[in-house]
Write a protein that binds this ligand. Sequence first.
Ligand code: GDP
Ligand code: MN
Length: 396
Amino acid sequence: MNLHEYQGKEILNSFGVEIQRGIVAQTPAEAVEAAKKLTEETGTGWHVIKAQVHAGGRGKGGGVKLAKNLQEVEKIANDIIGMNLVTPQTSAEGKKVHQVLVAEDVYYPGENEPEEYYMSVLLNRSTGKNMIMYSTEGGMDIEQVAEETPHLIFHEEVDPATGLMPFQARRIAFNLGLSGKAFKEMTKFVSALYKAYTESDSSLFEINPVLKTSDDKIIAVDAKVTLDDNALFRHKDYAAMRDKREENAVEVEAREAGLSYVDLDGNVGCMVNGAGLAMATMDLIKQAGGEPANFLDVGGTADAERVETAFKLILKDPNVKAILVNIFGGIVRCDRVAQGIVDAYKNMGTIQVPIIVRLQGTNADKAKELIDNSGLAVQSAIEFKEAADKVQQVLA
Ligand code: GDP
Ligand code: MN
C-alpha cells in the first residue's frame, strides 16, 4: 500500500526523523490558514505548495511551487487543487489532485548552500538483507543517476538480525562528504530512518531529496513510502491511511470482496486459483497471441458467488474480448467450480464474450460434462494446450 508524502512524513516524524514540516489542505482557504499556522510555529515566511498524489516527479509536472506570501499561497493552491497533474510517473491523463501539503520553505539562504541527497531503504531480495541506497546526487531522477553515473550511488547492507550498526551510519555520512554538525545530524537521521522502515513494516522508504539546510540540519523534504500489505493487520493506524481515490477502482472492489485482482492492459480476462497458476495462464494467453487483461486469483474457495463476483470484475474492463478460466481442483472440486460458473453465467445473463474453461484435478471429467451439457456459450477444455488453441480461435 502506497502513502501520500504527508502521511509518510508523519510516520517518519513519529520515529524521530527530522522533516520539512507541513499541513494538509483541501481548499485554497485552508491552505492560507495552514500557511499562517506554519509561520507561527516555524517562523517561515515562504511556503511550498505540494500536490498530494501517488506519483513522483511532481515538481517536473508543476505540482510543487514556492509561495512568497499569502496571496501566492492562495493562488497556487487554487491552481493545483483540482488539476490533473501529469508527471513522468503518471499516465498521459495524469492524476487528479484532491489536496495539497503546505510546507515550510527549507531552502532558505544562510552560511552554506543547501544540498540535496538521495536516500532509500528497501529489501534486497537476493541477499535477504535490508539495504540503504544513497547518493550525493539527490533531488533528481535516481534512475538517471543510476544509468549515467552509477559510481555515485552507494549501498549499505544491513543485517536484520543486528540492525543498523553505528559505524554504518557514520560510513554513510562520510561517503556523503559531510563533516562537523551535519555529519552528526546525518548519522542520527539515518538511524531514525532505518528504525522507521523496520518498525512500520515497510517495503520501501525513499527520501528524495534529503536536504542539508544552509544551517546544517538534515531533513526529509520528500517521502515515498510503501507499506507491506501483509503486515497492515498490526498497524491499524497506517491501514486507515489508505486513500482509495488513488487506487484502481476495480482493484479496490476486488480487495473488498477478498479477491486478488490486478488490472493489466490486454484483451483476455483471466480467472484462476493461485498466483503460480495465474503466471502460467498469462504465459499461455501470450502464446495464443492474446494479452492478459488482468490477473485475478479467486483463491481456494471458488464457489458460485465468488465466481460471479470475479466475472463481474473482469467484465468491467471494456477491453476484454474473451475470458479464460483456468482452475486447478486440488482442495476445491472441479464440478463445484463448474456448477459455480454455470450458475454465475445464468444469473448474470449478460455475458457477451466467449468463455473458455479449463478445469483440471478432482472430478475434472464430471466438470467438463456439466459445462458441455449446460447449453451455454462456454467452451470447455481439459488440457492446457487445448485451452490455448480455443483462446486463439476466439481471438482470430
Ligand atoms: P517530487 O518532484 O514529486 O519528487 O517532489 P519533491 O517533494 O521532491 O519536490 C520537488 C522539488 O521541489 C525538490 O527537489 C526541491 O527542489 C523543490 N522543493 C521542495 N521543497 C522546497 C522548499 O522548501 N523550498 C524550495 N525553494 N524548493 C523546494
Ligand atoms: Mn522527490
